[in-house]
Design a protein. Structure first.
Length: 346
């Protein structure tokens, strides 16, 4: 059949209409999926937009992971009755968050030239951004020192988790007095088992700060081993203390760290332990599930950590357990991200 100019025009018009219909269907389907994902679950937490203040006493501030329009936003609830409380929701969303001393650090996803990008925002007590720093990869950990002066963050430069056989991290520490940034802890001097050490495969993650705004603890990884290190920001040195310690978190009294201990090699299974920094004696906690998180201390007796709500779930719940190995785990918050920070807590 000979295609006349008129027939060619008709075929072209039909093709354009079909493509437009497919495009519209795709857009509407994506919007429908997004709406379904953002639809609050029956029985889920209630929300009210409002002010989240990092200095308001008696509140827990955390990243909301419950489905709905406030997914990933920073929210707060009463510390003495968090379950079932209406969540006060801010307009700020974060992939990782931590706060102390009226300072917050929020690691965010954004776009640059049409491509995914990430940034760290240092926040004041009213969640206003004081400074913004570009990140080299996917956000992983964030911490603020008890005074609010120092902030730290870890990102994955390649790879997606600590359970991956091939990953690289970059950890930075920021001094907000003068805004001096130590952009990569790998530039610090390392003392391993009493001797100076250098190796191209060194990685750091999971910083936690002491009250002197100089001493910090973190995980060092090299040659398929992980170490707890104690560091000095002023001296730009780190010294190993013991092995098989990941994502430490220093207790309010400065005598212990809660951490995840690898118990099954490359299967990436961890158990929560507490290490006495004076004796280096480790105590397994009552939580028997694998916890891939940097826990926080709610007080000197209780730690909190996040676990997936269910297998394959895109949301977490926050659990607590006594820090002395006794008791049983219990849910503190449903649909919550990285463990909450009690406003005013050390």
């Amino acid at each position: 059949m000979t295609l006349t100019p008129l027939r060619r025009l008709l075929i072209l018009a039909v093709g354009v209409l079909l493509l437009a219909g497919v495009g519209a269907w795709s857009v509407l389907s994506a919007a429908g999926r997004a709406a379904e994902e953002n639809k609050p679950r029956a029985g889920g937490p209630a929300f009210a937009g409002g002010k989240v203040d990092l200095k308001q006493p008696g509140r827990l501030v955390f990243r909301n992971m419950a489905a709905g329009p406030y997914r990933d936003h920073l929210v707060s609830v009463p510390a003495d009755a968090p379950t079932g409380a209406t969540r006060t929701a801010s307009g700020l969303s974060c992939l990782r968050f931590h706060a102390a001393g009226g300072t917050g650090v929020c690691l965010q996803s954004t776009t640059a030239l049409g491509r995914p990008a990430y940034r760290a925002q240092v926040l004041d007590a009213n969640l206003r951004a004081l400074r913004t720093y570009p990140l080299a990869g996917l956000p992983s950990r964030a911490r603020v020192s008890p005074s609010g002066r120092l902030a730290a963050w870890t990102v994955f430069v390649k790879g997606e988790s600590y359970g991956s056989a091939f990953f690289s991290t970059r950890t930075a520490i920021l001094d907000t007095r003068g805004w001096q940034l130590s952009a990569n802890l790998e530039e610090f001097k390392v003392v391993l088992d009493g001797s100076p050490y250098r190796n191209a495969d060194v990685n750091f993650w999971g910083v936690t700060f002491a009250t002197d705004d100089d001493t910090f603890y973190a995980t060092l990884s090299t040659r398929d081993q992980t170490y707890l290190v104690r560091g000095s920001l002023a001296a730009r040195t780190v010294t190993t203390l013991t092995r098989n310690v990941e994502c430490p978190s220093l207790s309010p009294d400065g005598t212990r760290v809660v951490y995840k201990k690898r118990v099954l090699g490359k299967a990436a299974l961890w158990r929560e332990h507490v290490l006495d920094l004076r004796t280096l004696k480790s105590t397994a906690l009552a939580e028997r599930r694998s916890v891939d998180d940097q826990a926080v201390w709610l007080d000197d007796r209780t730690v909190a950590y996040a676990l997936p709500a269910e297998v394959g779930a895109s949301t977490d719940d926050v659990w607590t357990v006594p820090a002395d190995g006794t008791g049983t785990p219990r849910v503190l918050l449903q649909g919550a991200g990285a463990p909450p920070r009690a406003v005013g807590a050390p």
